[in-house]
Design a protein. Structure first.
Length: 330
C-alpha cells in the first residue's frame, strides 16, 4: 500500500514539474511566491510573534530562518530569470520563423508574378494586332470582345507590376536614385495627368503650394508614384461632386504633404491596416490594395512617415519627408 502511494505521489510530482515547465504562467506564480510571498509572510509572522510576547526563538534560529528566506528568494529569482529567458527564446524563434515564412511567401509571389508577365505581354501584343486588323477584318462584336480581353490583361499586368515593385522595395533590390528635383513640380505633374479623371466625376480639386520651385533631394520617379497613388486613392473614394484638396508645406528640414477628400470616413480601426498589402477599405472597390503599401515603403525609404486621419466628413493622408533624403539601398 505504501509503495502504491509512493508511485502515485511520484507520478503527480512528475506531472506538476511538467506543467510548470510547459506553462510559464504557473512558473511565474511559483517564482513570485518564492521571491516575495513566502519571505514576506514569514517576516510578518516573526514580527507579530515578537510583539505579542517574548520570542521563544533563539537568535541563531532567527538568523537561520532569515538565511533560508534569502536562499528561497535567490532560488525564486533564478527561476524567474530562467522563465523569462525561455519566453524570450521562444519569441525570438517565432519571430525568425515568421520572418522567414514571410520572405519565402513574398519570393514565391514575386516569382509567379514574373513568370506571368511574359505570357501576358504576348497576349496583349496579339490582341492589339487583332484589334488593328492585322489578322483580317474585325466585326464590331469581335472588337468588343477584344477590348474586354485587353482590359482584363491590363488589370492583371497592373497587379503583377505592383507585386513586383513591392517585393523589390521590401527586399532592398531597388536603391533610391537621389537627385535634385522640385516637389511642387512633381505634384503638379501628377495632378495634371489626372485632371480629366477628376473632371469626369465632377470633383473639385484645390491645391495650395508655392508657384516657385520647391527644391528637394529625392528619388523623383518614386515620389511621383506616391503622389499618383494618393491622388488615385482620393479619386476612387471621393463621391461625385465631391472635393479634393492638396497642400505642400515646408517645415524646417522636412516637407509636409497633405491630401484631403470628402466622402465616407475611414473607421479608426482601419487607419493603420489600410497600409498593409492587399488591404482595401471596401473589398469590392477597384484595385488590389497595393498602392498605399508601396507608397509607405517608398516614404520610409526616404526617411519619412505617412499616416491617415479620419476627420468629420473627410479623410486625410499626411506625409512628412526630409528635404534631403539619405542615401539608402532600400
Amino acid at each position: 500500500m505504501a509503495s502504491k502511494t509512493k508511485d502515485v505521489f511520484e507520478k503527480e510530482l512528475r506531472l506538476l514539474i511538467w506543467e510548470l515547465r510547459d506553462n510559464p504562467y504557473r512558473r511565474f506564480l511559483v517564482a513570485f511566491l518564492l521571491i516575495w510571498a513566502i519571505p514576506f509572510l514569514t517576516i510578518v509572522y516573526l514580527v507579530m510573534h515578537s510583539i505579542e510576547g517574548p520570542s521563544q526563538l533563539s537568535t541563531d534560529t532567527i538568523w537561520l530562518i532569515l538565511l533560508l528566506l534569502f536562499v528561497i528568494s535567490v532560488g525564486g529569482g533564478l527561476l524567474a530569470l530562467r522563465m523569462l529567458n525561455n519566453i524570450l527564446d521562444k519569441l525570438v524563434a517565432y519571430f525568425i520563423r515568421a520572418k522567414r515564412q514571410d520572405e519565402l511567401k513574398s519570393r514565391f509571389v514575386a516569382t509567379i508574378s514574373h513568370e506571368l508577365k511574359s505570357p501576358l505581354m504576348a497576349l496583349q501584343t496579339n490582341f492589339s494586332n487583332l484589334s488593328a486588323g492585322f489578322a483580317g477584318p474585325v466585326t464590331e462584336n469581335q472588337q468588343a470582345i477584344v477590348e474586354t480581353c485587353q482590359s482584363v490583361i491590363g488589370r492583371m499586368d497592373q497587379l503583377i507590376v505592383g507585386v513586383l515593385d513591392l517585393y523589390k522595395i521590401e527586399s532592398g533590390m531597388i536603391a533610391l536614385n537621389l537627385t535634385d528635383c522640385d516637389a511642387a513640380h512633381l505634384l503638379h505633374a501628377q495632378q495634371s495627368e489626372m485632371s480629366s479623371l477628376f473632371a469626369q466625376k465632377g470633383i473639385e480639386v484645390t491645391s495650395k503650394f508655392p508657384e516657385s520651385a520647391f527644391p528637394v533631394r529625392w528619388d523623383g520617379p518614386k515620389m511621383s508614384i506616391v503622389f499618383n497613388n494618393l491622388l488615385s486613392n482620393a479619386l476612387k473614394y471621393t463621391p461625385e461632386k465631391g472635393r479634393v484638396s492638396t497642400q505642400l508645406e515646408s517645415l524646417d528640414d522636412f516637407l509636409k504633404f497633405e491630401i484631403q477628400n470628402t466622402g465616407e470616413q475611414i473607421p479608426k480601426e482601419h487607419l493603420e491596416t489600410i497600409f498593409a498589402r492587399f488591404e482595401k477599405l471596401h473589398p469590392e472597390a477597384e484595385g488590389y490594395g497595393l498602392g498605399l503599401a508601396i507608397s509607405r515603403d517608398i516614404i520610409e525609404a526616404h526617411g519619412g512617415r505617412i499616416w491617415a486621419e479620419s476627420r468629420p466628413q473627410k479623410n486625410c493622408f499626411i506625409i512628412y519627408v526630409p528635404k534631403e533624403a539619405m542615401k539608402t539601398d532600400g
